[in-house]
Design a protein around this ligand. Structure first.
Ligand code: 8R4
Length: 344
């Protein structure tokens, strides 16, 4: 084993990528002889940035410490069970150490598309992926979770060419109706006008995810985001005031452009909703392939105090943790899974 670092039954291998709140490594589970993806996070950082597990608590049972909130959120993530949401298998925690380890099913093919690219997806492939993301996102919204960072690099492919949503690092739970969001986290080029204009101190979460989904679809079919600038204020200005330009190449159908236009509607109140995207003619191929209903796609997950208590596996103090940390400093962002298959 090149690194030789171990955490319980997991042998730590190459880096896979970096998400919003920590890095993700390829690991080998000696108990079941399978590969997994392990996200390594710092509890301190989670608490300091307070971007994880912000749950608006309206009366009722309130968690005692901020760390309780983190664990409650982990308990929820662990209970999520949907074919288009990356499955969290196990969480390891050393109470005396700052690191928290989340073990996910491995998505062997990695990110759906590395944007920008000169080789965007064919429209029919983008459509298949988009339908997967729609179902995953509908499920998250149904669980009252706003993802807040939908983008191609957070959409992962498994070996059956199915897309699953990853990186809940900045996700937010909301209580009723829709979340009112105030801070701006997420990726600048994927943020909607209401989040960057500076005139609103509150905006809704679902339309924010829908806008990001629109930028994502645009990126999948054109290979780049519609609004670009190296200067953040200029980027914001474009997002708020510029029309979306649809290049003449690659050729994209009017149906697809029309859908993108409705997701990229500047006014969040006029933006298309999940319900209407699901029956849009580009998504259903004019009614030929309808989407499953919300009822068929979603089942509400509830989190009990017992879930919170049992969601993490407590691991004993390990000298190897020091090694893991030193490994965190040297990262390569290549996909060792596909690059080892002889591609150059
Ligand atoms: C991430 C789960 C991935 C996974 C993009 C997170 C992010 C890391 C960069 C998304 C993940 N199988 C996060 C879990 C959590 O919250 O930051 O299963 C996986 C994951 C990543 C890969 C595979 C993967 C493989 C190759 C290249 C890139 C990512």
């Amino acid at each position: 084993m090149q690194d030789g670092t171990r955490l319980n039954q997991y042998l730590l291998k190459e880096d896979l990528g970096r998400g919003s709140y920590g890095m993700v490594k390829l690991v080998y589970n000696e108990d079941d002889n399978n590969l997994y993806a392990m996200k390594i996070m710092s509890k301190k950082k989670l608490l300091r940035q307070a971007g994880f597990a912000r749950r608006p608590m309206k009366g009722g049972k309130k968690p005692t410490t901020p760390l309780d909130r983190v664990y409650r959120e982990i308990a929820l993530l662990k209970k999520l069970d949907h074919p288009n949401v990356v499955k969290l298998v196990e969480v390891l925690d050393d109470p005396d150490d700052d690191s928290l380890y989340m073990v996910f099913e491995l998505m062997k093919e990695g990110e759906v598309l590395d944007v920008p690219t000169t080789e965007p997806l064919k429209e029919n492939v983008a459509q298949r992926y988009f339908r997967d993301v729609l179902l995953g996102l509908e499920y998250l919204h149904y669980q009252k979770i706003i993802h807040r960072d939908i983008k191609p690099s957070n959409l992962l492919l498994d070996d059956h060419n199915r897309v699953k949503i990853a990186d809940f690092g900045v996700s937010q739970e909301f209580s009723d109706g829709d979340a009112e969001i105030s801070s701006t986290v997420g990726t600048p080029a994927f943020l909607p006008p209401e989040a960057v204009s500076g005139v609103n101190d509150k905006f809704y979460g679902k339309p924010l995810d829908i806008w990001a989904l629109g930028i994502t679809l645009y990126s999948l079919v054109y290979g780049e985001t519609p609004f670009k600038s190296p200067h953040i204020l200029e980027l914001h200005e474009k997002i708020c005031n510029h029309d979306v330009i649809y290049p003449s190449t690659p050729k994209v159908s009017v149906e697809c452009r029309e859908l993108m236009g409705r997701m990229l509607t500047k006014d969040p109140a006029l933006r298309i909703t999940m319900k209407d995207i699901k029956v849009h003619r580009w998504v259903t191929q004019g009614g030929v392939t309808p989407m499953p209903s919300e009822t068929d796609n979603c089942q509400l997950v509830t989190v009990t105090d017992d879930d919170v208590r049992s969601c993490v596996k407590v691991i004993p103090k390990l000298k190897t943790l020091i090694l893991v940390k030193s490994m965190l400093k040297k990262h390569s962002f290549k996909n060792p899974l596909t690059s080892s298959q002889g591609k150059t």
